[in-house]
Write a protein of this length. Structure first.
Ligand code: NAD
Length: 247
């Protein structure tokens, strides 16, 4: 019934796979959100539409609260229905140690991964309540939240630790309303994020280190996300699910 799934950062990687597969698994309207990569988002949107769902292509830099507010103002004009959120947009920091964690660098990664994700969740909860048809949220965390990622990017790991804690608190707050909130901790997944973070050879170097001896795919993460947003997981909330090949 007029279901609307909002996927942030859907121009590539895990977000793009989730938007595509959501159309296949019955979501009727999908918000293909993007930051900079319009071409990637257009590709995702056309795949969504080829599977019979309606795509809404919307741009917003999630580190800018005003941009998020504008995006949700547009969504409020749509016909009401159940709402899902995949809080996925994120960046990694370059490889570094404590000496590299300048305030500018730390602020940048927190602005996208934490402040952006919290504001997107806040706006989504407002939409769910205004529409009155229920909804659910899946935050994309990282195995880094558990591992700490020493000598790689402990600031990035700390953003994902914040997302885990945010997930627990928000789930507690919203459970009485029937709004389920969960998170996924992907392990090493084959996407362009590693190259964007200045480590183009990361997958090649670490690809065989997970217990399953291979990196995961975006589709394998998307399957878990879509399950958590579906009725098939109707009694699952406040759960942080590892999709990490045993890591
Ligand atoms: P990706 O780079 O392909 O996707 C990230 C998406 O976020 C892109 O669409 C990008 O444009 C968008 N984005 C980044 N900054 C933005 C901003 N300021 N405003 C709006 N959009 C912005 O990488 P991915 O691997 O698919 O990452 C998706 C999520 O999964 C991220 O939150 C990431 O931290 C998490 N994750 C990835 C891995 C991995 O190994 N790939 C592991 C653990 C967690």
């Amino acid at each position: 019934m007029n279901s609307l799934l909002i996927v942030t950062g859907a121009s590539a990687g895990i977000g793009a796979a989730t938007a595509r597969m959501a159309a296949f698994s019955g979501w009727q309207r999908i918000v293909v959100h993007y930051g900079q990569d319009k071409a990637g988002a257009e590709t995702t949107a056309s795949m969504v539409e080829s599977m019979g769902a309606q795509a809404y292509l919307l741009q917003a830099d999630v580190s800018k609260p005003k941009a998020i507010e504008k995006m949700f103002a547009k969504l409020q004009e749509l016909k009401p229905g159940p709402v899902g959120l995949v809080n996925n947009a994120g960046i990694v920091s370059p490889q570094g140690t404590i000496a590299d964690l300048t305030p500018e660098r730390v602020q940048k990664v927190f602005a996208v991964n934490v402040f952006g994700a919290i504001e997107v969740a806040r706006q989504t909860v407002g939409l769910i309540r205004a529409w009155g048809h229920g909804g659910g949220i899946v935050n994309i965390s990282s195995a880094a939240a558990r591992l700490g990622s020493a000598n790689q990017y402990i600031d990035y790991a700390a953003t994902k630790g914040a997302i885990d804690t945010f997930t627990l608190g928000l789930a507690d707050e919203l459970a009485p309303e029937g709004i389920r909130v969960n998170a996924i901790r992907p392990g090493l997944i084959e996407t362009a994020i590693h190259a964007k973070g200045g480590q183009p050879d990361r997958l090649e170097k670490l690809g065989r280190t997970p217990p399953m001896r291979r990196p995961g795919t975006s589709e394998e993460v998307a399957e878990a996300v879509l399950w958590l947003l579906s009725e098939r997981s109707s009694y699952v909330t406040r759960t942080i699910l590892d999709v990490a090949g045993g890591r």
